[in-house]
Design a protein around this ligand. Sequence first.
Ligand code: FDA
Length: 501
Amino acid sequence: HELNFDSCFSFHSKESSTNVSTFLLDTHSPSFSSVFESSIQNLRFNSTNQKLLYIITPYLYEHVQAAIICSKIHRLQVRIRSGGHDYEALSYKADVPFIIIDLVKLNKVKVNRGKRTAWVQSGATLGELYYHVANESRGKLGFTAGVCPTIGVGGHISGGGQGVLMRKFGLSSDNAVDAIVVTADGAVVDRQSMGEDLFWAIRGGGAASFGVVLEWKIKLVPVPPKVTVFTIPRTLEQKATKLVHRWQAIAPKFHKDLFIRVILFVGKGSQGRKTIQANFNALFLGTTDQLVPLMQKSFPELGLKPEDCKEISWIQSIFYINGEDPGQPLELLLDRKHVQKGFFKAKSDFVTKPISEKHLEAIWKVMQDGDTPAIMIWDPYGGQMAEIPEDFTPFPHRAGVLYNIQYFTKWFEGGALAEKKHLEGINRVYNFMAPFVTKNPRAAYINYRDLDIGRNIKGTLEEAKVWGEKYFKRNFERLTKIKGEVDYENFFKSEQNFVPI
Ligand code: FDA
């Protein structure tokens, strides 16, 4: 049974070879390419290469165990994919012979309304999770996680998971209370049997270095029957610079129920002239009547009026915050394909000191230069994010962080020229921002994966330190030690995996 991968897999998963052929796909399987492409978000990486030998879409845990055991025997690298949203394709690309374990069929969500918890399988999307939680709690419960509903739960929670509820409830990973994992030796473990070190590491350290997370148990959070959302656009003529400057100081100190992010991009001002537009895009866990006086007290400069606000249910706010019509059928949250795919590149930063008006103006100028502007999304921290200690989970960006920046550029025409233009555009803005963001190291967020900040080539600890300390600061050392304890042979490998010591 160990002569070839297929029969090894059949033997260890205790499945007949006929049955196996329905979910172990090799390069000759008719659905190989369509399954490969199914969840890829970044079209820059939308082509298979000759090193990809098999895609396995397990629906039982034994299938995942067999995939690990046989990959080890056959010396194949494993890439683990839940939602396929990795910015740099680490869940489905490798330059050595490899297989993909695609957890798309493990997507059940089991809500315990009374205990305010849920078991969610890694292959579920955030949209599926949000939909079932809202449905089964009759709109009383939600979950703190990211903005895009097609993201996979598996990768998202294992890299942190930030969204509009984080100022009140922290990250997704802060709310994970148990997990089922297949380890490098093919064992299935839960929190108790894996121990607190491994359970700590997978909550934000990027679980792909440690094992395959099959399921997460998460704490759900209470949400009111109605939330209030608004988007106030302001251009430079409408005092965007002053407003953004003021926002930096107060957004991290707002009431925890209020999350106002700023989306900055090059827009059109009066007479069609180029300007910077700042969209103040918000979610408040309460009604308009409560919000307007709060805004008058803490951010009167924005001039929020009741008619700027919309009261909707929390589940509808998922669409709104993702830039969609909140009135569309909720079943769209179950559709893994409803978000438009494109080519993109993103980078991240953290800011701990407000940027002066003069420097903001200089940044706007750089954004407006050239014809491939990158947008920036500034997400406020503070609130619960500042109360959680830096070593509670591997995610260390806590007290003192005013906001997180995501740089993002997306395009829809393929080809090397378009890519070059867009990469130059985003790098120009990112490089210019260096004096205004964290230094030594210039920190980054692992869920906004960026291989420019460092990657493993030779596989040394020194290489891993370069990117690892940017994502994890002092937690990098503990993560490296845990890697040594649970995967000494370095089976779970990628361009950004911890190197065991
Ligand atoms: P994917 O399957 O590509 O996996 C990502 C990484 O996790 C890979 O290294 C993979 O091997 C590993 N992994 C996946 N499943 C695993 C498992 N079961 N066990 C072990 N390792 C596993 N983030 C955020 O915090 N807030 C946000 O609002 C957004 N918004 C957003 C919008 C869009 C359009 C995109 C493309 C991405 C985001 N993100 C985000 C980033 C997102 O959180 C990040 O890409 C996640 O890692 C995606 O998880 P997936 O399971 O979808 O990715």
